[in-house]
Design a protein around this ligand. Structure first.
Ligand code: SF4
Ligand code: SF4
Length: 128
């Protein structure tokens, strides 16, 4: 299950992720990280059974958590199945079905935003 970890300037210098791994004994997958001295945002994937324990450990350290149930959303009324979004996706979320309509495996999405920029019909949006 994915979530966004938001860290403020005050807690960014701390080894938050390492501390949470050590405390909970849980393996985390970091899908995307955008961390600067002024603060950061990290997309983390963790097994559903460990979600509550891990997010509680981050919150205890001052981080804010946003669950990512539907990381990228496609407006079916706007999508014309042109496929422009397929080649820019770095994680293979988007593909054509046998009938040449576009399908998405959103659990692979890391919210890079490339498909949103590429779509000529503004059919995609990132759920923040
Ligand atoms: S936001 Fe990035 S990872 Fe997610 S579907 Fe779009 S291109 Fe792929
Ligand atoms: S780029 Fe936009 S319109 Fe084209 S297939 Fe992707 S979501 Fe649909």
């Amino acid at each position: 299950m994915k979530f966004i970890l938001h860290a403020t300037m005050e807690i960014t210098p701390k080894p938050l992720i390492a501390e949470v791994i050590l405390e909970t004994g849980t393996l985390l997958n970091i899908d995307r990280a955008d961390v600067k001295p002024s603060g950061g945002e990290v997309v983390i994937d963790v097994h559903q059974d460990e979600y509550d324990t891990v997010t509680a450990a981050f919150k205890k350290r001052g981080a804010t958590i946003t669950p990512l149930e539907q990381p990228v959303i496609k407006d079916e009324d706007e999508c014309v199945n042109c496929g422009a979004c397929i080649s820019v996706c770095p994680t293979g979320v988007i593909s054509f079905k046998d009938d040449w309509t576009v399908q998405m495996e959103v659990d692979k999405c890391v919210q890079c935003g490339a498909c949103v920029t590429m779509c000529p019909h503004a059919a995609l949006k990132i759920d923040k």
